[in-house]
Design a protein around this ligand. Sequence first.
Ligand SMILES: NC(=O)c1ccc[n+]([C@@H]2O[C@H](COP(=O)([O-])OP(=O)(O)OC[C@H]3O[C@@H](n4cnc5c(N)ncnc54)[C@H](OP(=O)(O)O)[C@@H]3O)[C@@H](O)[C@H]2O)c1
Length: 356
Amino acid sequence: MLHHARDERIPVAILGATGSVGQRFIQLLADHPWFRVAELVASDRSAGKSYQAAAPWRLSSDLPEAAAALPVLDYDADLQSPIVFSALPSEVAGEIEQRMARQGRALFTNTSTHRMDPDVPLLLAEVNPSHAKVIESQRRNRGWNGFIAANSNCSAMHLVLALKPLQDAFGLEAVAVTTLQAVSGAGYPGVASLDIVDNVIPFISTEEEKMTEETLKMLGRLDSDAFTPAPIVMTAHCNRVPVRDGHTECASVRLGSTPAIEEVAAVLAAFKGRPQELGLPSAPDRPIVVRPEENRPQPILDRDTERGMASVVGRLRPCPLLGYKFVVLGHNTIRGAAGASILNAELFKAEGLLPV
Ligand SMILES: NC(=O)c1ccc[n+]([C@@H]2O[C@H](COP(=O)([O-])OP(=O)(O)OC[C@H]3O[C@@H](n4cnc5c(N)ncnc54)[C@H](OP(=O)(O)O)[C@@H]3O)[C@@H](O)[C@H]2O)c1
């Protein structure tokens, strides 16, 4: 076989590359068949150092050698990559992300800043791939050659994966969810250890609002170029718990019909979306894994299911209040953040929507 010395993969940049989500991007992109990590960007604290020196590596796999040696750039650097992944704090993301899109780049973001903009798709590749087409009106409205495509809050993501097949098969009228969210969801160093060890914190700023509005946007309709949120009554309680990775969510739902529990389980387990049809590199074979054991899912046992890209559902049973209840668990920095963004970028490439 001929060996091609030139790497023909598309160069990508990561903004916020030194943080919890940034490190996941580097890990997940290390041997990616289509994308090559070319540029790493972080704050003034890190810029000018090598990545290895700037960012103590906190994941269990080794820091990929190619990334270790890259210099960390600052936000004013003149980037070359046509695809940019953002893991910036929301306070600083707005102007930087818009600049990337204005410069003609495809910007895939984990930050909340643009998620609810009426012309930004809030994409979960299996759930609402057709929402991607709103980027055409985004470009028209804003005069951009590039675009911004967002993925949701990590808790909303796993809940929505589990709700979508129920909405399609049975109709979905009401959702009540209580989350038990991992500490890594607050970034690094996140919540002080003395605040979280031996404790539960029943408040995560703006999380309940995000859970609700983002869920309804993702499950809603896009008609020509306007989103209509799904007409679902929804309430959320969000809690921080002393778990390292993996958000657990206890949900009750009222469906539009009254299927048997076995039927609900079968619909969840059979769910596939566009990424599976297209065979995208980061797509899990099973986006939803249904566990029959009475004490699953659990973070330490189930968060790495399908390389951290699945939502794991268990304890499916009748609910006297809303009809059905279950537990859903998923990895917050893999499917809940970096993995979801990468899957969105793969979807755009496969559908011919990238400006490269
Ligand atoms: N963690 C999760 O599970 C999760 C899930 C979904 C979405 N998100 C979202 O993803 C984003 C990143 O989260 P994270 O958990 O990775 O946060 P993090 O660990 O705190 O990392 C923040 C990153 O942003 C950089 N940064 C911090 N302050 C900055 C400033 N003033 N100007 C420019 N860059 C700055 C940091 O660089 P330095 O190292 O140089 O300071 C670091 O690279 C947030 O918007 C978060 O809401 C997180």
